[in-house]
Write a protein that binds this ligand. Sequence first.
Ligand code: NAP
Length: 260
Amino acid sequence: MDMGLRGKTALVCAASKGLGKACAMALAREGVNVTITARGVDVLEATAAEIRAATGARVVTVVGDITTEAGRAAALAATPDIDILVNNAGGPPPGDFRDWERDDWIKAVDANMLTPIFLIKAVVDGMIARKFGRIVNITSASVKSPIAALGMSNGARAGLTGFVAGLARQVARHNVTINGLLPGPFLTDRLRGTSAAMAGKTGRSLDDEIAFRMKDTPTGRAGDPAEFGDACVFLCAASSSYIVGQNLLLDGGAFNSMLG
Ligand code: NAP
């Protein structure tokens, strides 16, 4: 299927590893020129080289913290006329809300709600003028099925989801879509990290710990980031302009429901 994306330009935030990287790789395979960002330069450059070698796409790198104004300005400056924006950043830490002070909440809201909103604000009018835009927000399955220990994530990401639900319907007539991709457990460094911490407590090996965590899910496994990247491409496809304000859950069926 031709996704109709050849020659488009994408900014994929927080994309040196994991889900962001998978989105950038999948878009690049469709002939999209991508800008990828991350705070750490070495992994970012290695990822850029990997994407170039695999796809032949033009890959621009921007080192910086996307949750800061300077980080966002640098990413935007390096990427004129953005057609596709994939919003992503690290997730807030788990914990007990009794321990979280105002600054902790502000950090979470900055990263997982306000950063995507300010990036959307920066690009959406250009997309409207050019009559094409695809915005994908990487959030979390916790938006649909809250994870108690991830209270800051539940709250900040729900705020973003609520905001874009309205905006998506204001811009859709200009062939600009805004949708959410909601990852359940995907085999990224983040999942490996949380599983390693758990393995330290249970005495299981890392692989056994991951297998244990996934054994009761319908697919019985964690997601492959490449599957996530392909879903991102699908939402960005030229023919996906009728998919508006949706939240696509990729969790291997873990959320038990008749209606998705
Ligand atoms: P990951 O494998 O740890 O990768 C995170 C990527 O984001 C890295 O490239 C990292 O590079 C970059 N990054 C993090 N914070 C950044 C910042 N402030 N500015 C710029 N780049 C930043 O994580 P992941 O699993 O792909 O997760 C991506 C998002 O999905 C997170 O918000 C996570 O909470 C959410 N999520 C993941 C899962 C899962 O199972 N994987 C499930 C639900 C939700 P640097 O560290 O060098 O900046």
